[in-house]
Design a protein around this ligand. Structure first.
Ligand code: HEM
Length: 133
């Protein structure tokens, strides 16, 4: 997911058509990521109300923010599509506002994804160690 996001951020390097198809394929990766994290989401949604642990709540709000920003970025990307959507016979009427929103969303995704990784670093290290050893 992270590799896909980094590649999606490099629009100038990859070219717009590749960027768009990659962005669209990230929808599937994003959904799989959410499905794999579903137990965490269910558990922490109930815990958010019941237990008031600052770290857990911060993490939960950050993840919720990242979800919203990802949806906005992908949706606004679709609205300004110049290649993938026209290829499918669709011609979205994206204007400058959608473009600005896409640009803002893409910047926020980087910040929030960085914080998301930082807050879950222990979990990531453990998962990598489990696979390597
Ligand atoms: C999470 C997924 C995505 C990320 C992180 C992302 C990121 C970016 C970034 C950083 C830019 C450059 C913004 C700027 O120049 O200010 C950009 C531009 C653009 N993106 Fe995305 N994008 C994503 C998904 C999509 C999707 C799904 C589409 C369309 C199907 C799309 C279509 C476009 C288009 C048309 C541009 C303008 C390219 C140009 O002409 O300069 N993006 N995107």
């Amino acid at each position: 997911m992270l590799i896909g996001l980094c590649a999606a951020e490099a629009v100038r390097l990859a070219g717009v058509p590749f960027h768009e198809w990659l962005g669209l394929s990230l929808i599937a990766v994003f959904l799989i990521h959410l499905l794999l994290a579903w137990t965490w989401i269910e558990f922490h949604t109930t815990q958010f109300v019941v237990r008031r642990i600052t770290r857990d709540r911060t993490n939960y709000l950050l993840n919720a923010g990242l979800f919203v920003v990802m949806v906005i970025t992908i949706f606004s990307g679709i609205m300004i599509s110049e290649s993938a959507l026209p290829f499918m016979g669709l011609h979205p009427k994206g204007n400058l506002r959608w473009r600005d929103l896409h640009s803002l969303g893409a910047n926020l995704v980087i910040v929030l994804a960085g914080l998301h990784i930082a807050l879950n670093w222990d979990w990531i290290l453990k998962a990598v160690r489990r696979r390597v050893t």
